[in-house]
Design a protein around this ligand. Structure first.
Ligand code: GCU
Length: 428
């Protein structure tokens, strides 16, 4: 018996390693040379399924937008099987009136979904500025557990599955006390609080662990196989962001429910764009280095491709997305249409100079092309089609910058997002 389980564990590990090496083993070509990129035509989001052009925001809202949203659900991010309101039971586990050296109130809140599953939990860490009556709030998932966003000792260490490859303090896919604060550079809480913004974060793996079998212990475990395949891990992460909003606007009087900002980095940036596409309560949207499957145009053959994504991370997108591995030209949508779904809300797209895998130019062009949807609302999007120099933000209702440096989210990025939010929320 003992031997058998050891053999099983070894097979499991070997299979796991093989999966993650799959993309490389299959030698899917990677291109960084613009001159080698075949030309392409983008699908036009302002054309109705019957071929008629969309010329007004009314037609866009009644027919065009729902059609584009459906195309994304059915072909890319998956169909959310939970329509309508979700029953949430919340429990405030800690309140610290003197967090961040007395500058903030922190709270830890656990959300449960008793009508869906008796065991699933989503743990929110909330920081509220003390001197603001109703603060705008960034809703943003983290990669490594709430306790890694801060050194504050009262923050619970996540007990969920974590990716051991993300940090050396993770042992056997569990976080340890030593991982407190490892992601602090990504969460400049004091600087955010000082500008009057609140932050609500939760571990992205709470409702689906980020591996091919993560669904087995997550939200998708309660679904039929068909529903599960039609949805996706990214869909689940987006869903968790909306549940955070459910809680915040209903229960937190120190938060301004009209000023909820969806923010996410990288794979969480992809989930964030989808969350905001599905959920209009996000009044502003920020994509940080979201790359392929996020803000970057998929039809550009630069850096990561749809095939890379589906090979290395087969659980991220819906089963249908795999149809486009070698046929990206047949994808009925592209990132500009996703970004267009944010209109007329303020949208910010950011890249980093060294993040060539995410195709910064493709992210910028996605934002450029989204402008035509904003024009239906008489709004200027980026207002330029020239990519700016590093660390030089541009734009109007759509903002963009390319930060010098690596694939990451840093204080510089947050500062631009707060400047952008101050401007659009008219915060003096
Ligand atoms: C990988 C993946 C990207 C993703 C990134 C991240 O690099 O290929 O698509 O955005 O991980 O989430 O950090």
């Amino acid at each position: 018996m003992h031997k058998l389980s050891t053999i099983k564990a070894v097979i499991h590990t070997v299979l796991g390693v093989m999966m993650s090496l799959n993309a490389f083993a299959q030698k899917i070509p990677v291109n960084y040379d613009e001159s080698k990129m075949p030309s392409f035509t983008l699908p036009d989001p302002l054309v109705l399924p019957n071929g008629k052009p969309i010329k007004s925001k009314d037609v866009w809202e009644k027919a065009g937008r729902p059609a584009v949203l459906k195309l994304f659900a059915e072909n890319v991010y998956g169909v959310n099987p939970f329509s309508g309101a979700v029953k949430i039971v919340s429990e405030v586990k800690t309140v610290n009136e003197n967090a961040l050296n007395g500058k903030a109130i922190s709270k830890q809140i656990t959300l449960r979904f008793p009508e869906i599953s008796p065991t699933l939990t989503l743990d929110i860490l909330l920081y509220l500025p003390k001197n603001v009556k109703q603060a705008p709030v960034f809703v943003s998932l983290n990669f490594t557990g709430n306790h890694t966003a801060t050194h504050e000792k009262d923050v619970f260490v996540t007990e969920k599955w974590v990716n051991s490859g993300f940090d050396k303090t993770f042992v056997n896919n569990r976080a340890t006390d030593a991982s407190r604060g490892i992601a602090e550079r990504r969460w400049p809480m004091e600087a955010i609080i000082a500008r009057g913004y609140a932050v609500a974060t939760a571990y992205y793996g709470d409702l689906e662990a980020d591996h091919n079998e993560g669904w087995k212990t997550g939200l998708r475990s309660v679904l039929t196989p068909e529903q599960r395949e039609k949805w996706s891990a990214i869909g689940v992460w987006a869903w968790s962001m909306s549940r955070m909003v459910d809680y915040l606007i209903k229960n937190e009087s120190l938060i301004d429910g009209q000023k909820v900002i969806a923010l996410g980095h990288s794979r969480i940036g992809k989930a964030t764009l989808w969350a905001a596409a599905e959920d209009p309560r996000f009044a502003m949207v920020i994509s940080n280095d979201s790359g392929e499957g996020g803000a970057a145009l998929s039809r550009r053959w630069i850096g990561e491709t749809v095939e890379h994504l589906n090979t290395q991370f087969p659980h991220w997108f819906c089963a249908n997305y795999k149809k486009y591995n070698k046929a990206v030209a047949e994808l009925p949508v592209d990132s500009h249409a996703l970004l267009g779904l944010m209109a007329p809300r303020p949208l910010y797209v950011a890249s980093a100079t060294e993040d060539i895998w995410a195709d910064p130019k493709g992210e910028f062009l996605g934002a450029v092309e989204a402008e035509k949807v904003y024009q239906l609302y008489k709004k200027t999007g980026l207002g330029t089609n020239t990519m700016p120099m590093p660390n030089s933000p541009v734009g109007k209702t759509i903002g963009y910058h390319i930060r010098e440096g690596k694939h990451d989210i840093l204080l510089y990025d947050w500062q631009q997002y707060m400047n952008f939010a101050d401007k659009h929320f008219e915060i003096k």
